[in-house]
Design a protein. Structure first.
Length: 440
């Protein structure tokens, strides 16, 4: 019997699970994907060029809100949960919806869809979105480069456009960001890496990506997305924790999986978290993964033009995913504005344009800041219109990119950057090289 399958996702893990397990598998017929978390990614088709010979018309993508209807209408046998940073409670609510509609519910094992590699992989993952995973990935790349190794970073997928064109993407310069028509979210991840002189790969088909990336690297760094598990089997698995959200490492899928699997646990932001929060995270790591090496780190902030903030009314623009599915009320821009003595942080809510109103409605916990939502041209226009309308003296940009490259901003901008710093010993670099040597 051929089982009919729906894969639930958000344009990343779902496509990978299909490519690795379901594509070409005669036991299953994937009738559709469902999509959530990211705006405007439903209504597409996973193209036949990627789907394979069994799917000459491709595979449609529907909104996640249609799931129960689709199970019944298409007589679906199995639903495969394939996205990240969702509470354990919400996962089981989804499972209850699926089983009530008459289908089985499945989560693939974390190691089951990890591709084997010829070159060693250092995987950098997290327990929540916004833990500071990106700067840890960059620090690991820096340490490996200083050790004389050729490093290539492979980023968790963000294919929100033309899937055919995004099958394999290689980024070596800022011009490549324009060539591939990157969204703001993609630029936030890629631009700081490119500024280090490191090549980045991303896309849809991670077997093809692996073949190309390995050809120009001694070591691959897997830079994870949200709190997802790696697509490649790591020689060393690093997981980043945020003590400002102590306890979340036990409450979110698949972040708890990353905690239980990791070789190195980086407790980040210890410079701004309370000692009891740090110790609570340490205790949870010790209880769930006593063999993990624990490293303490901080995320120091730098501001290029603090005089634009001091004593002024400012609008803070933050990294979007940290505030949306990451659930944080604010990010680095908010902290920098406070540290630099802003007279007022202007709440953008009265001046929200277009789709941004829906973003705030869906995420009421956002603080007096503006998430840099830019998944498409419409959202970018809404972001520009909102910034223009807010009565402020300056914009504080807490995103990892120079937003003036993608947005028209008629106001002065103070850019906030955040990096990695070791906090006491052992250092991340020393633990990294020691463990890699032991696994050689």
């Amino acid at each position: 019997m051929v089982e009919k399958v729906i894969i639930m996702g958000a344009a990343g893990r779902d496509f990978h699970n299909f490519n690795i397990y379901f594509r070409g598998n005669p036991r299953y017929r994937v009738v559709c994907f469902t999509a959530t978390q990211i705006p405007d990614i439903d209504g597409r088709v996973y193209p036949p060029e990627l789907a394979g010979d069994m799917y000459p018309e491709g595979i449609p993508v529907f909104a996640d809100t249609e799931l129960a209807r689709l199970i019944r209408a298409l007589a679906v046998d199995l639903v495969v949960f394939s996205y990240s940073d969702i509470t354990h409670n919400e996962v089981m609510h989804k499972a209850s919806l699926v089983t009530a509609a008459g289908a089985d519910f499945m989560i693939a094992g974390a190691t089951y869809t990890m591709l084997p590699t010829a070159k060693p992989v250092v995987a950098v993952c997290a327990v929540r979105t916004g833990c500071g995973k990106s700067q840890v990935s960059r620090e690991i790349a820096r340490v490996l480069q200083a050790d004389g190794r050729r490093v290539v970073i492979v980023r968790h997928p963000m294919p929100y456009g033309d899937l055919r064109a995004q099958t394999v993407q290689r980024f070596a310069s800022h011009a490549d960001l324009d060539l591939h028509r990157c969204t703001i979210e993609e630029r936030e991840e890629y631009e700081p890496i490119l500024d280090m002189g490191v090549v980045v790969y991303a896309g849809v088909d991670y077997a093809r990506i692996l073949a190309q990336a390995e050809a120009e690297a001694d070591v691959l760094v897997w830079d994870g997305g949200n709190n997802d598990t790696p697509f490649y089997r790591p020689a060393l698995h690093v997981t980043v924790f945020d003590p400002h959200r102590a306890g979340h490492e036990l409450l979110y899928h698949p972040g708890e999986t990353n905690m239980r699997m990791c070789d190195v646990a980086v407790i980040n932001k210890v410079d701004t978290a309370r000692p009891d929060q740090v110790e609570a995270v340490r205790a949870n790591i010790r209880a769930c993964n006593p063999g993990a090496r624990i490293v303490l780190a901080s995320s120091p902030l730098t501001v290029d033009r603090p005089e634009l903030i001091r004593g002024r009314r400012v609008l803070v623009v933050e990294d979007g995913p940290t505030l949306t599915h990451g659930g944080m009320p604010h990010g680095a821009g908010f902290l920098a504005a406070r540290q630099c003595g802003a007279a007022e942080l202007v709440d953008p809510r009265p001046w929200l344009a277009g789709s941004l109103g829906a973003t705030f409605a869906a995420h009421p916990g956002i603080g007096p800041v503006l998430p840099a939502m830019g998944y498409g041209p419409g959202q970018i226009r809404d972001l520009e219109a909102t910034i223009a309308a807010v009565p402020c003296d300056a914009v504080v940009s807490g995103t990892p990119i120079d937003i003036s490259r993608v947005l028209r901003i008629g106001k002065p901008v103070a850019r906030v950057r955040y990096g990695h710093a070791d906090h006491d010993g052992p250092t991340l670099g020393s633990v990294l090289l020691e463990l890699l040597e032991g696994k050689a």
